[in-house]
Design a protein around this ligand. Structure first.
Ligand code: FEO
Length: 391
């Protein structure tokens, strides 16, 4: 049991062992945050993954008989939040499930149950005693059904996936863990989960800007409660949703016989020599979800692959397919790599990068078998282009 503010309790589940969240590497686990509001009509906001139901219910029992719950607000259908609704409804079968119109459709498709739904739209209010909760639909942040719940009495925004991070922790607040660490977690979360929906995020931020907010309680990770953290996370979301990146370079590459790595390393040295921030990531060593996090903030991405069977390496194809889905924008890219007897595979490589939303800066740099000294030196012209773009 953990009281967030008077009469609002965290009743979530800490998933210490989680290492992969639908393809997203979670090296320090995650949490599914549920919140119990004790008022005349007690309310549970969201639940947890199905395997955390028992623990969530035990936490609720520490403060209230679960049978007294009158409303279960389902801000989002994805099963990390809805997976224990059925389990809690066994204790409070008359409780209403409060959700968006799409939420009701999606919950029915997921659980095939005839729950008592109370459908809400943006601006609708729910009086639960001394509190009146209001709702704001935030479609596509993260699914079509998504919404957030606001308690004006407490000045708390229950934001579901928005502003969340994957981190298992005994602490409940970002400032207890160290806000800088949690901002990094939030960036990774945004890059891998929220990035495709920048326009929708901006609309949600605009609507939320009219609310007095002293605490943001997301459905994953740590709660934002200090003034500085609240300002910073809102500002970061504005920046990310506007696809603003920094004058940083990322070299993302894979290699077969070290030739493409030689080129990547030469790029790294040349960019270093210009005093620009640059990071080099090998696709075999670094998880795709971490690479995407670096791409979020890097204006320049240098993609390198050798050619195998007339194609880019499958690791690169996977990264580019993932990026295509994430619909990133406002990045410049260049391509490089080694080939044996045909460069044909680089056409598909370049097209995939363009399809993933990158603006290619001129022709790629490709070397047959092993790059020679002059080919390596010539990579400098790419770095000159980067400098030109920076201005
Ligand atoms: Fe945390 Fe989209 O669910």
């Amino acid at each position: 049991m953990h009281q967030i503010v008077k009469d609002i309790h965290w009743t979530g589940y800490i998933d210490w062992d989680l290492r992969n969240f639908h393809g997203y590497e979670t090296p320090v686990g995650s949490t599914y945050n549920a919140y119990l509001i004790l008022d005349e009509a007690p309310v549970l906001i969201d639940t947890v993954k199905h395997y955390g139901a028992e623990e969530m219910i035990d936490r609720i029992k520490e403060v209230i008989d679960p049978a007294k719950i009158k409303y279960i607000i389902s801000n989002h259908t994805e099963m990390d939040h809805s997976g224990s609704i059925d389990a809690i409804l066994k204790y409070c079968p008359n409780a209403e499930v409060v959700c968006s119109p799409k939420g009701a459709q999606e919950l029915k498709r997921h659980f095939k149950k005839d729950w008592k739904f109370k459908i809400v739209n943006t601006g609708d209010e729910l009086n639960i005693g001394k509190r009146t909760l209001s709702f704001l639909l935030t479609p596509m942040v993260h699914w079509p059904d998504s919404m957030v719940t606001y308690s004006a009495h407490d000045k708390i925004l229950f934001s579901n996936d928005a502003f969340g991070q994957h981190r298992a922790s005994d602490e409940r607040y970002a400032d207890e863990v160290g806000s800088d660490i949690v901002f990094e977690d939030a960036a990774k979360y945004y890059a891998n989960i929220v990035m495709p929906y920048g326009n929708q995020v901006l609309k949600a931020l605009e609507a939320a800007s009219k609310l007095a907010i002293e605490m943001i309680c997301p459905s994953h990770g740590l709660i934002w409660r200090t003034k500085e953290d609240l300002l910073e996370i809102l500002s970061l979301y504005h920046k990310w949703a506007n696809y603003e990146s920094e004058n940083k370079c990322l070299i993302a590459y894979d290699t077969m016989w070290n030739s493409t790595r030689q080129m990547a390393t030469k790029f790294k040295h040349l960019i270093d020599a210009q005093g620009l921030p640059v990071k080099m990531v090998g696709l075999q060593e670094v998880h795709i979800s971490n690479i995407v996090t670096d791409i979020l903030t890097s204006k320049f991405v240098l993609f390198g692959t050798p050619i195998l069977n007339n194609r880019m390496l499958p690791t690169m194809a996977a990264l580019l397919m993932y990026l295509k889905g994430l619909k990133t924008r406002n990045h410049y890219a260049t391509t490089f790599g080694s080939y044996g007897w045909s460069k044909i595979g680089f056409k598909e490589f370049e097209q995939s990068i363009a399809d993933a939303g990158f603006e290619l800066m001129g022709e790629g740099r490709y070397s047959q078998f092993v790059p020679d000294d002059s080919e390596l030196e010539n990579l400098k012209s790419v770095v000159d282009k980067i400098k030109e773009k920076i201005g």
